[in-house]
Design a protein around this ligand. Structure first.
Ligand code: AMP
Ligand code: MG
Length: 513
């Protein structure tokens, strides 16, 4: 691998703590602290993403590279670091947080000039570990590795995963926070992104009234990642906030398209580039349910439930607006952008739903149609993904029960079937309004509706195997997730088996990772 080409512009520009001191502490006025990975004596490679490595300019993996993959070996010129950020967690200001177990090596530039930051997750404690160990377990590392790649292949903005390795070290975790700590295998992944900057980085500088650094951070972000912004002065920061709002809304709509529930949408988990970041207690949705949250910590208020993600993104943007206020100083402007978020989000959302149904345009009557559909989905407990796959295949109104019973989690009695029949009749008359051909409409549906989604129970099965050193399921899932709009393995295109309904790690997950 070409580790020699890694550069570190971030730490050359911004104030940092260069002490390499791992002691956990507040590091006021700085955006990073230099820190070395812990080092592991017996690492073992689990997975390497060759395609991504070539794409970002890291080249081929050789046996000797394993040391780099777990942070044992750093190229000479590299001063690895963790970044400081703050955030609002579950609606409350949480102050300084920072990379608790992420350490950045630097960034690499590919042949086309595109930059990728390289980051270890789970490679050891940092000044921001907050009494935790800075380690990650195999279970959560498999979940992040596979899901971030699944999102990428679905066409959704995301951080990516380059490698997954066992550290050879055992880590203690109380998976369900119920007083049952157990040893689990430790692991490190390398993840990449154009940038790992979060809303929380801006919040931290703003809260500390470090307005000069705040401005430099905004300038750096705009110059490197928002090349479309050409304005100057205050307008530049206004355009920046507007851009971040749009990208965030677009991301939420994409999550709604495939049924992704993040689970912990705290502002420190919001990428400033609108990427999906920090895969923890996330879940793809099986049965359609606006109230569904996979995160056990979130169960009391369901703040981060599927149906709330748009609204929460807006709330998080509100916090970002407060953080950027010293640069923009125009409340009216910020409020307008935040208000526009709602209309932009809903219009984009409804256009997305149109595609899922094969409609070529959004009509005013569609809002009512969508509301009716949502009620039907929850009432008949349909599987979100399989419902659309079935709608695509569907041909005979007479045989509805047979065609749809396998995509529902409840018994479809006569009353339910008659509701479905009414819906399908309305749907067909709505389809008649399409201007494009039937073939084109089918193609719109095919590209909007995945055939394969990485369900939690599949991950659960996969993790059990990987824990025992078996990789067959992991490889099979990798193949499936690389081609999500095709049905490569029919056995994966079925609803969640009932035995997993209440298995922790399938229906609900904790943050423990
Ligand atoms: P979250 O909101 O779940 O993404 O995490 C909140 C903070 O806790 C982040 O700053 C993480 O880096 C940190 N964190 C989570 N797990 C660990 C761990 N095992 N060791 C150190 N820090 C952690
Ligand atoms: Mg996080």
């Amino acid at each position: 691998m070409n580790t020699e080409n890694i550069q570190q512009p971030f730490i050359k520009i911004f104030p940092g703590d260069l002490s390499n001191n791992p002691m956990q502490r507040n590091t006021p006025k700085v955006l990073f602290s230099t820190i070395k990975p812990a080092g592991f004596d017996h690492p073992k490679l689990v997975a390497f993403n060759e395609q991504l490595s070539e794409e970002i300019g890291m080249g081929k993996f050789e046996e000797k590279d394993l040391d780099f993959l777990v942070g044992n070996h750093l190229p000479e010129n590299i001063n690895s670091y963790s970044t400081a950020y703050a955030g609002h967690q579950f609606g409350n200001w949480a102050g300084q947080l920072g990379d608790g177990r992420a350490i950045i090596a630097g960034e690499i530039t590919d042949a086309s000039g595109k930059k990728s930051e390289i980051q270890w997750k789970g490679a050891g404690a940092t000044p921001y570990s907050r009494h935790a160990d800075g380690r990650a377990v195999l279970r959560s590392s498999v979940r992040e590795y596979l899901m971030s790649e699944a999102m990428f292949h679905l066409g959704i903005p995301t951080t990516r995963a380059l490698s997954l390795a066992l550290t050879g070290e055992d880590v203690v975790r109380d998976m369900m926070y119920n007083g049952n700590p157990q040893y689990e295998k430790g692991a490190v992944i390398i993840r990449t992104a154009e940038s790992f900057l979060r809303f929380g980085h801006f919040e931290l500088m703003s809260a500390q009234r470090e307005y000069k650094t705040l401005q430099e951070l905004a300038d750096y972000t705009i110059k490197n990642y928002f090349k479309e912004i050409t304005s100057e002065g205050v307008q530049k920061y206004k355009d920046f906030f507007e851009n971040v709002s749009r990208k965030t809304a677009d991301l939420m709509v994409e999550w709604y398209r495939v049924g992704f529930v993040h689970g912990v949408m705290n502002t420190d988990n919001m990428s400033i580039l609108g990427l999906t970041i920090d895969y923890g207690p996330y879940s793809m949705m099986d049965e359609y349910n606006l109230n569904f949250t996979p995160n056990t910590t979130d169960l009391p208020g369901r703040r981060y439930a599927f149906g709330k993600q748009g609204q929460i993104a807006q709330w998080n943007l509100w916090q970002l607006a407060n953080a950027l206020h010293p640069l923009i100083k125009d409340e009216k402007f910020l409020e307008d952008i935040l208000n526009d978020f709602g209309s932009y989000f809903w219009e984009t959302h409804d256009r997305m739903l149109c595609k899922k149904f094969g409609f070529d345009q959004l009509l005013t009557q569609d809002e009512k149609f969508f509301t009716g559909w949502q009620e039907l989905m929850q009432d008949l407990q349909f599987d979100y993904t399989l419902f659309f796959n079935q709608l695509e295949k569907f041909n005979d109104l007479k045989d509805l029960k047979n065609q749809f019973e396998n995509v529902s989690y409840t018994f479809l009695d006569d009353e339910k079937i008659s509701k479905l029949e009414n819906f399908i009749t309305t749907y067909h008359s709505r389809l008649e309004k399409n201007i494009v051909s039937k073939e084109k409409s089918a193609e719109i549906m095919r590209t909007a509706n995945p055939k394969f989604i990485l369900r939690n129970y599949l991950l659960y099965q996969c993790i059990e195997e990987v824990q025992e050193g078996r990789m067959a399921m992991f490889d099979k899932l990798t193949h499936a997730l690389e081609n999500p709009y095709e049905e490569i393995y029919p056995e994966f295109s079925v609803k969640r088996p009932s035995k997993y309904d209440n298995t922790s790690g399938c229906s609900t997950l904790s943050c423990s990772s």
